[in-house]
Design a binder for this molecule. Sequence first.
Ligand code: PLZ
Length: 451
Amino acid sequence: MTDSLVSDVFGGPSLPQERRLVTAVPGPRSTELFARRGAAVARGIGTTLPVFVERAGGGVIVDVDGNSLIDLGSGIAVVSVGNAADAVVARVREQVARFTHTCFMVTPYDSYVQVCEALNRLTPGDHEKRSALFNSGAEAVENAVKIARVHTGRSAVVVFDHAYHGRTNLTMALTAKNMPYKQSFGPFAPEVYRVPMSYPFRDGLDGPAAAARAIDIIETQVGAANVACVLIEPIQGEGGFVVPAPGFLPAIARWSRDAGAVFVADEIQSGFCRTGDWFACDHEGVVPDLVTTAKGIAGGLPLAGVTGRVEIMDAPHSGGLGGTYGGNPVACAAALGAIETMEREDLCAKARRLGEVMTANLQETAARTGVIGEVRGRGAMVAVEVVRPGTREPDAAATTAVAKACHAEGVVVLTCGTYGNVLRLLPPLVMPEPLLDEGLAVLDKAFATLS
Ligand code: PLZ
């Protein structure tokens, strides 16, 4: 354990950055609340770890029983700047006391414009850009498709195996995995075409070969002239932290440009310093036509964006895009605080450092246990794919067992993957290193007890 405080990072209010268990996890108060939850909340809303939260800050979550947990999930890649980050809290407080909502489409305010300016500046490419703000990742993806369709006058949307883009009707269609996202929720939106992703661990193809395979299917089964957009997560999130082989993304982006289709990068999970660059596309110098963002953008408040080339973004008629809450002033204030924190604290560098620590530790764990098929990811977006020893056969049960063992020891980890056999780590980028080390030691022990 470590007694370093959040104030070590920001000089703000402090929450001890330590793992501290004072009851079983979940404890009695959480267990009581969980029973109440069952009687009040619809069954369709799942739970990863049934502890109820009292406070959270930096890299820890403190529950209602007084347990302090190490957070290696960031609320699914959201609180990259740390929970309740000082700059976010300060700006939200100031904004919420001035006004909470006017609707940007009715009477605008400048924080929305500032967030758009920041997105235009930080997303890949130095061409002229415009942005529009929404509430959730799914909404951003839907709007990117709308914009691409108006711009091209075409309707087909190309997506990839293992993709995740949301839970609304169109984004369910764009998402690959049936359970739990799509089962019984159809019919789904039409004109969505799925092609193979580059998945080096499973297909063994280099980037250009994997791209050629995908492009062949687009050309023969969809027709290049029908494609409004090619939508891809540059590193897949829910699908299993699948990192495409080098050369895959550039080849797909090039093909899209040549075909007159819009190349859309869904950076909702991979963006905002998570992978050690501002955006995952930066790694290979890929410049998307449109980028969707959410999650890490606003330190925990609901905000999402679509950013891209002015001639594409400005294709829809005035009034064609919007929504009551999109770019809410409190969420915009939070985003400005989060972005300021990322720039001031150089959280891209921090992500790279955390990534080195995680990768080195996980490789040692992999060498000790026979069940890790691959350690992969980039920056602070790292995962292990769990398989039956000596094979590439996915082992979801072992993955769940390891995650549960971590939870019981006060370390929040998440799983993902088409086969449910990927254990992913997404620590807040302000995570103190000793705390990360401790979390990784717990994870190592959880793997050791598997056999
Ligand atoms: N695109 C790449 O990762 C959200 C989903 C959690 P929303 N991923 C977490 C769940 O089980 O619902 C995500 C993403 C990528 C789009 C989305 C959708 O973002 O803000 O959840 O709508």
